[in-house]
Write a protein that binds this ligand. Structure first.
Ligand code: SF4
Length: 507
């Protein structure tokens, strides 16, 4: 495992750091490691936008590598080593449900009371945003003063106006009340406003930093397109919730002349549906012709051909990564995935033909109505793929998410998920398929936070403080279940009651 340097070392090795100071000082926190933070293009965009005014500056903080093992590990800003309680406001970008308890942990380790109710009037306001806000935000309620929902670019000027004279928490909340896309838990309760969708002028998102210590080392991230034109039933970025927005090729290529990209060894094109972006091949050609490596965040098997895979191979792409998402053709159809076996078989041929290491296939297990016959089909199909190219199968348990047609679907019990995973792994292991999977018990935690209300956020914080083991999580959720039978699906219930937002993506 690579050793991550200390704060000073990280800043020494990073390209694109902003070190300016303003009269109003903001802290942008990412409740996960520096390595993971570097893979978030949205975080990079916010860092730049929050530094766009002379009077306001923004530093970053991440979860230190030893934060979970060392209770004395402190949170300090990356740029100047300042504690969170020295800032005028603290903002969080949250990507995953399991990062939710890291938010109060970062506050506590930075000298700020983690619970909103325990903070006095002069404590810095705490504002959250990020990809998680496209789904369930209710568990954030105990910790934050405000949440920006969805794609935040358009509301940043309003946010900066509200923050510029260093308002106290109550003043800030009063200023933000009624701003579209901003949820104020204290005032709005569980009536969460609609999610923001960015206009074309904000697309493509352009990166701000790159680092050899980020997930994609020394890769400069650049958005190709935003949203998706498709309707997969389990997905929070399906077209009704996040429509496809495709910038012209020229707009994307213009970014390559910026210093961040001009000097980068590799360019990563980011988007939920990169291979549905019409000029993708031309963009890849332009990048490869500049002598740079390429990465892409998503590929659909039915969009692959020799030209596309040839360019990816020329740009150093090593494993062709595609998603079936469902275990069988029947389920792919039900989920509106729009892909057939022949697309994946052709992808395996292309991977082998261009000398790639192989094919990586993502599959969700436990989708509604899945049967053992669907799992049998997956096993058989993977064996046929393996006959064509080395195969890595990555299995994830299905977690129903708000803003999707499957929001109210059940979560398959952990034991039955585990049995399926073991069966797939046992059989395919003999067939020399590498099988990786996300543990069902942590998917269950994700499910609870995807569906729960404020109590589930508090339970997550308790579980982490108690040690963060599986038993701690079980106990924390058992405690709230004993008191409140409705908590497990509180977000769905609230959405139905308000008729506002949870099922919007189902339209
Ligand atoms: S799973 Fe992929 S293709 Fe389907 S809606 Fe989501 S982003 Fe689009």
């Amino acid at each position: 495992m690579r050793t991550i340097p200390d704060r000073v070392g990280l800043m020494r090795d990073e390209t694109g750091t902003l070190t300016r100071r303003g009269r109003t000082e903001l802290l942008l926190c990412y409740p996960n490691s520096y390595r993971v933070a570097g893979a978030s293009l949205g975080l990079q965009v916010m860092y730049r936008l929050l530094n766009a005014r002379d009077a306001i500056s923004c530093q970053r903080a991440v979860l230190p590598e030893d934060a979970l093992s060392d209770p004395n590990a402190k949170i300090r800003s990356l740029e100047h080593g300042m504690a969170p309680d020295q800032f005028d406001a603290i903002l969080f970008s949250i990507a995953y449900e399991l990062d939710i308890p890291h938010l109060p942990m970062m506050l506590e380790r930075g000298g700020v009371p983690p619970l909103r109710a325990d903070r006095d009037a002069d404590a810095p306001p705490v504002i959250a945003g990020g990809p998680l806000t496209q789904s369930n935000v209710l568990p954030l309620a105990p910790f934050v003063d405000a949440v920006v929902l969805g794609e935040a670019e358009s509301v940043v000027p309003t946010l900066l106006d509200a923050l510029q004279d260093r308002p106290d928490r109550a003043t800030l909340v009063a200023r933000l009340d009624g701003v579209p896309g901003i949820w104020l838990p204290e005032r709005h309760g569980d009536a969460v406003p609609d999610v923001l969708v960015a206009r074309g002028e904000h697309i493509p998102a352009v990166g701000q930093w790159r680092s050899p210590h980020a997930e994609f080392a020394d890769m400069a991230l650049l958005e190709s397109s935003r949203g998706c034109p498709r309707y997969c039933k389990f997905c929070v970025v399906r077209a009704p919730a996040s429509p496809m927005r495709s910038p012209d090729l020229e707009r994307v290529l213009a970014a390559l002349d910026l210093p961040l990209y001009a000097n980068a060894p590799r360019i990563g094109l980011v988007g939920a549906a990169v291979s549905d972006w019409p000029p993708l091949v031309d963009a890849l050609r332009a990048i490869v012709e500049r002598g740079k490596g390429v990465g892409v965040s998503s590929l659909r098997a039915d969009r692959l051909d020799e030209t596309l895979v040839g360019l990816l191979a020329a740009g150093g792409y090593r494993t062709l990564t595609v998603a079936s998402d469902a275990a069988s053709q029947r389920l792919r159809g039900k989920m509106m995935k729009g892909l057939r076996e022949r697309h994946f078989l052709a992808a395996a041929d292309l991977a082998r033909g261009f000398g790639l290491k192989g094919l990586k296939l993502y599959v969700i297990l436990g989708l509604p109505d899945e049967t053992e016959a669907d799992v049998d089909e997956l096993i058989d199909f993977c064996q046929r793929l393996r006959a064509k190219a080395p195969l890595t199968l990555t299995l994830s348990p299905f977690v129903p998410k708000l803003h999707t047609p499957l929001a109210e679907s059940p979560f398959e019990p952990i034991a039955s998920q585990q049995a399926k995973l073991e069966r797939v792994r046992r059989v395919l292991g003999k067939a020399r398929v590498e099988v990786r999977f996300d543990a069902p018990r942590w998917a269950w935690v994700e499910y609870r936070l995807s569906q729960g209300g404020a109590e589930s956020g508090l339970a997550a914080w308790r579980a982490l403080r108690d040690g963060g083991s599986w038993k701690d999580w079980q106990r924390a959720f058992a405690e709230i279940d004993a008191h409140d039978q409705g908590e497990e699906r509180a977000a769905v219930v609230a959405a139905q009651r308000h008729g506002l937002w949870a099922l919007a993506g189902a339209r």
